[in-house]
Structure formats: C-alpha cells, structure tokens
Design a protein around this ligand. Structure first.
Ligand SMILES: Cc1cc2nc3c(=O)[nH]c(=O)nc-3n(C[C@H](O)[C@H](O)[C@H](O)COP(=O)(O)O)c2cc1C
Length: 348
C-alpha cells in the first residue's frame, strides 16, 4: 500500500503508544518481520518548536525503522505547521496528527481528541501542516468525542479535503477510552467513503483478527497486541502469504526482552546527566559518571517493567514474572529473572 509518496511493504503497522513504542522496541518488532510502518510515540508540537531535548528524544528514530511516521500533538495551526517542518527536517517519511488522545492533560489544551470537537479548527490545523511540508500528513482519530458525537466520518472527509494523505480510525470514542470494543463497522463505512487510504485500529490481539480487518481497510495499526506479542505482525504476514503463523518459543520470547534491555542500555549514548531525574533521592555522593550509569539502569528497568505489564499476559505464571520484575533494582537481577522464567521452561 502507499501513503502519499511513501510505499509500504506491508499494511501491518505498529500503532503509536506513548511510553511504550520507543525506538528500541520498534526496531525489535521490525526485525521480526511483517511490519510496514512504525509510528513514534506522540510528540508535543510545542516542545519541538521550542527545541526541548526530552521532546526531541521522543521523535528520535534509526534508519532501520524506515519508513517512519512521527506523530505530533497540539492545537495551534501555526505551531503544528512549524513542528511538521521540524519533523520533515529530521528526515521522517510521514508526519501524523494525534486527534485521538483522550487524556485530559492533552485534551484540555485543545489537542488530541479535543480537536474532534472542533472539526473546522481541526481542518485548519491539517491544512496548515499540509501546506508547510512535502512529506505526507496523516491523521489518527477516534470514532468521535462521545456517543452523541461520533463524527469520524465527517471529520475524515474534512481531513481528506484539507490535504491529509491517509486517516486512521480507532473505533472508540474519547469518552470510552479503552472500554467496550472498537467499532469496525464505523471504520469500514469511513473507508468506503474516502479516496485516500483509511487505516483501522482497535482490538487486534490475534494475527487472524488483523487479516479479518483487512477486508475493510487499507492497513491495520496494532497496539496492545504488539506489546503482548511482538511477532503478531509477522504472523499476520505468514497468514497473508498462505502459511501457518509462525510459532514463537519461550526462549525466543525471553530473548526479545534481553535484546530490548541491550538496546535500551545503548540508547542516548552521549548523554552526560540526562538520567538524573530517574534517581530519587539525588545521590549527590555519586560521581557524575556513576550518576549517569545508575540513572540509566533505573530508566531501563522502568521501561522493561512497563513492557512486562503487557508482555506477561497470557503466560502461565505471568503475574509471577510481573511481580519479580517490579521488585528488581539491578539490570543483572532483571536478566536473571528473565532467563529463569523463559529459558528454564520447555516450549509448549
Ligand atoms: C499505552 C498506550 C499508549 C497509547 N499512546 C498513543 C499515542 O501516543 N498516540 C495515539 O495516536 N494513540 C495512542 N494509543 C492508542 C493506540 O495507538 C491504538 O489506537 C489503541 O490502543 C487501539 O488499538 P489496540 O486495541 O490494538 O491497542 C495508545 C494506546 C495505549 C494502550
């Protein structure tokens, strides 16, 4: 499939997930196959325009992840256009607008899903961005703000008219957050009515579900399903190619976590003191280099803990893994726990 000028080798996509789909995770998923596009965690347009280091870090990616879409959020057309230019300058293939985030911290600033409550303004944002950059501008939205306003069909058309090259719909309202189930009938009706590609998102936790949803849309973004099973896109590709979905052994699952730790440990190699905020209280007795090492260790452990909340679902004794990972304080201990859990159990 194609989004504007960008050709995707597969219609199966890693959905943007704040706090989860960092570059290391995206690289590992991509290496396992089946993934046609990665989308970064949402990045603040305000932070990009002001050049805030932590914001820029969220937008970082590596060449092996291409094609890459950087997702930005914000409500000011000029700032969103300026942020889109920064994203283009960073070499991203696509810039995506977040119109789906229901979190009050974002929504109250007229950004995220709040934009769905002001369709005209949302269209102005998209149009300003589309005029400012040459790379495709895409939009990710929900079904609507609430059940009384399920306006994705109208807004998606307005996005198309404003210059968007593709639209993704997560078939829940902001008010639903993650409760209930995604409305794929609504997603399908939007796909039927637009000429640009429409992608769908929501509730694909088995590769067969991804294949089933492809009858309605040009592509599927998989979120929580990838956190539980990073091979799900490769398995969907197996099915699409007429093969049985590959089986993943326990040791492969363990190796994924060990590789994730290694990639994270090598992240932000030039940073001198940037991990300080992961330390509490401030261990002033440590030398600067010890502080960095300790802060980095803490950061990696937090990231692996966050992933394990999802990754451990569906395993026998998954809760034991979560509890043990949540209580560890060193990388060595973390590695030992993973090895013990995944490598000493025979594969099913
Ligand atoms: C932890 C988490 C973080 C998310 N962060 C973002 C985000 O930054 N931008 C966005 O557009 N959607 C975000 N989403 C929504 C997902 O991209 C996806 O549309 C939604 O989870 C439904 O798909 P799923 O059922 O496959 O998870 C997030 C979802 C989760 C679970």
């Amino acid at each position: 499939m194609r989004i504007g000028s960008v050709e995707l080798s597969s219609p199966f996509i890693i959905a943007p997930m704040a706090g989860m789909t960092d570059s290391a995770f995206r690289r590992l998923v991509k290496r396992h196959g089946g993934c046609g596009l990665v989308v970064t965690e949402m990045v603040s347009s305000e932070g990009l325009v002001r050049g805030i280091d932590r914001t820029l870090e969220y937008a970082e990616y590596t060449e092996e992840e291409r094609p890459v879409s950087i997702q930005i959020f914000g409500g000011d057309p000029e700032k969103m256009a300026a942020a889109a230019q920064i994203v283009e300058g960073m070499g991203a293939d696509i810039v995506d607008v977040n119109m789906g985030c229901p979190v009050p911290k974002i929504a109250k600033h007229n950004a995220g899903c709040s934009l769905m409550r002001e369709p005209q303004h949302a269209a102005t944002v998209i149009s300003a961005m589309a005029k400012a950059v040459r790379i495709p501008v895409t939009v990710k939205m929900r079904a609507g703000w609430n059940d009384r306003s399920r306006n994705a069909p109208d807004l998606a058309r307005m996005a198309q008219d404003a210059g968007a090259s593709a639209v993704t719909i997560h078939g829940r309202t902001a008010e639903q957050s993650y409760s209930g189930s995604a409305d794929w009938d609504l997603v399908a009706s939007v796909a039927e009515s637009l000429s640009i590609p429409v992608l769908g998102s929501g509730d694909c936790v088995e590769p067969e579900q991804i294949i089933d949803r492809m009858q309605y849309v040009g592509g599927v973004l998989v979120g929580r399903g990838v956190l539980r099973n990073p091979w799900i896109l490769a398995q969907a590709m197996d099915i699409a190619n007429g093969r049985a979905p590959r089986e993943v052994t326990m040791s492969e699952r363990g190796q994924f976590l060990l590789d994730y730790i290694d990639l994270l440990l090598n992240e932000r190699g030039n940073e001198t003191d940037g991990f300080r905020h992961f330390l509490s209280p401030e261990p002033w007795a440590l030398s600067p280099s010890e502080r960095v090492a300790r802060g980095r260790e803490r950061w990696v452990i937090n990231k692996v803990r966050a992933l394990c909340t999802w990754y451990s679902k569906g395993f026998d004794c998954g809760s034991h893994l979560r509890i043990r990972v949540n209580s560890t304080t060193t990388i060595q201990e973390l590695r030992d726990i993973i090895e013990e859990f995944f490598f000493s159990v025979p594969s099913p």
